[in-house]
Design a protein around this ligand. Structure first.
Ligand SMILES: Cc1cc2nc3c(=O)[nH]c(=O)nc-3n(C[C@H](O)[C@H](O)[C@H](O)COP(=O)(O)OP(=O)(O)OC[C@H]3O[C@@H](n4cnc5c(N)ncnc54)[C@H](O)[C@@H]3O)c2cc1C
Length: 414
């Protein structure tokens, strides 16, 4: 492997950590910078699902009609802080546009590029020791109380089929055989056998950073204030603690990425879909695989530290204080999903999904600077798609023009 030059990766979430490791292995001398310890952001508290079947964009045909009901239902999966609505409106309008059938079909095909081999991508980027401890392949289960699938669900299933995602439709008994602890209210399920999960998302990002350091990468803890540039090229990354000259820069700061991209002249409709989890420390039961309550739209996953119930979308930006009543609702809903669940000992968490309205990330070179690349906006599937993103970033960096033709994750698609 040749020495190809230096690179600075900003953001040690799962996406930035994967990029840093991939680039270091591909011959670059890489410095990874984060204001917090690795994996402290959205990447620490997610549901742990490596969702091979996640070709379904969030906005789907027919969903708009369901939104008012969700907003009025205190147990619903979506809420909007009204004070944030004016700011969120342009994003929400683009989200509604993205729900058109033809568009959703296009996004699904793009998502398939990042998700179909996700478990293999994870196995490839890790070494055997971390792989064995942290990556499990027992599929994913989606369970519903309804007798029959509605139109949105049928459309989602058509997208899976069109994009080669293997699934098995389960009846009540088959559902129970896979997950005996599920409530008797559930009538049917969808099993996605090739999906995987991690039992410790934070440790997974820490493992990436440890591997990165083991092959010569440097991790620096500092807040990045700006990217200095002149003549169409970035020249340095300026942190609160000092200035790092930079031949190449990757911005992977999740929901906060526009704070660095916007001053460079790069703009996309990035916002955050805030999500919560409740971590049950002594649940007294386990699930064999990530299992979703399809009707209430959350996931429950058994992890090293307990059973995690994660989900909900709250549109309120990155500055509003947490509303832990949403996490408490998840706790109550988990009890309905798993009646024997012990919920007394628990912790709550809020995380910022970095989301674009079309559910695709930005993986692209800057429009303004020739040596800056972006890897952000992975929404609901950043854990799943981090290794594939890292491969794309490395390929772009090594491409003669620094970008790839036919890139579905371009930043000028809006
Ligand atoms: C409730 C919930 C459940 C989820 N479940 C799943 C799931 O099951 N499967 C899945 O695939 N995905 C899931 N996700 C999505 C996934 O967690 C995210 O897409 C992913 O973590 C995003 O990773 P990231 O590295 O882009 O962002 P982050 O993990 O947020 O990392 C960004 C990093 O940038 C740093 N940073 C920001 N600004 C600066 C700065 N100026 N200077 C220095 N550092 C900076 C932050 O400190 C942070 O460490 C879930 C998300 C939530 C909220």
């Amino acid at each position: 492997m040749s020495e190809t030059g230096e690179a600075v990766v900003i953001g040690a979430g799962v996406v930035g950590a994967a990029c840093a490791l991939q680039l270091q292995r591909d011959g670059y001398q890489v410095r990874l910078i984060d204001r917090d310890p690795p994996g402290s952001g959205a990447s620490s508290g997610n549901a742990g699902s490596i969702s091979t079947g996640s070709v379904i964009p969030v906005a789907l045909p027919g969903m708009l009609q369901q939104v008012p009901g969700w907003l009025l239902d205190p147990q619903g999966p979506l809420s909007v802080r009204w004070s944030y609505l004016p700011k969120a409106l342009p994003w929400l309008i683009q989200w509604i546009r993205a729900s058109k059938k033809e568009r959703a079909e296009g996004y699904a095909a793009a998502l398939a590029q990042l998700t179909l081999n996700a478990v293999e991508d994870w196995k490839f980027i890790l070494e055997p020791e971390q792989r064995e401890r942290l990556i499990h392949q027992k599929g994913q289960l989606l369970a519903s109380r309804t007798q029959e699938a509605g139109a949105t669900e049928l459309f989602a299933q058509a997208l899976r089929e069109a994009n080669g995602v293997a699934t098995e439709v389960l009846d009540e008994n088959e559902l129970r055989q896979l997950e005996p602890n599920l409530s008797r209210d559930f009538r049917r399920g969808l099993y996605i056998p090739n999906s995987g999960h991690t039992t410790n998302p934070k440790a997974l990002t820490e493992a990436l950073v440890a591997l990165f350091q083991a092959v010569g990468g440097q991790f620096t803890r500092a807040e990045v204030m700006e990217i200095e540039h002149s003549g169409g090229q970035a020249s340095a990354v300026v942190t609160a603690g000092g200035r790092f000259p930079a031949e190449r820069v990757v911005v992977a700061t999740g929901a906060f990425s526009l704070e660095l991209a916007r001053p460079l002249g790069d703009q996309v409709p990035l916002d955050t879909e805030r999500g919560y989890h409740a971590m049950l420390l002594k649940p007294e039961l386990t699930l064999n695989r990530p299992t979703s309550d399809m009707d209430r739209k959350f996931f429950a996953t058994s992890m090293e530290e307990g059973l995690r119930v994660a989900g909900t979308v709250e549109i309120a930006g990155t500055k509003a204080p947490p509303d832990y009543s949403r996490a408490r609702r998840l706790l109550n809903q988990a009890k309905e999903m798993l009646p024997e669940l012990e919920t007394r000992e628990h912790t709550f968490w809020l995380g910022y999904r970095p989301s674009l309205p079309d559910s695709l990330p930005v993986i692209d070179r800057s429009r303004s600077l020739g040596n800056v690349w972006y890897a952000f906006g992975h929404g609901h599937i950043g854990l799943t798609t981090a290794p594939a993103t890292a491969q794309l970033i490395s390929r772009m960096m090594q491409a003669p023009d620094g970008h790839l033709d036919d890139n579905a994750f371009r930043m000028d698609r809006f």
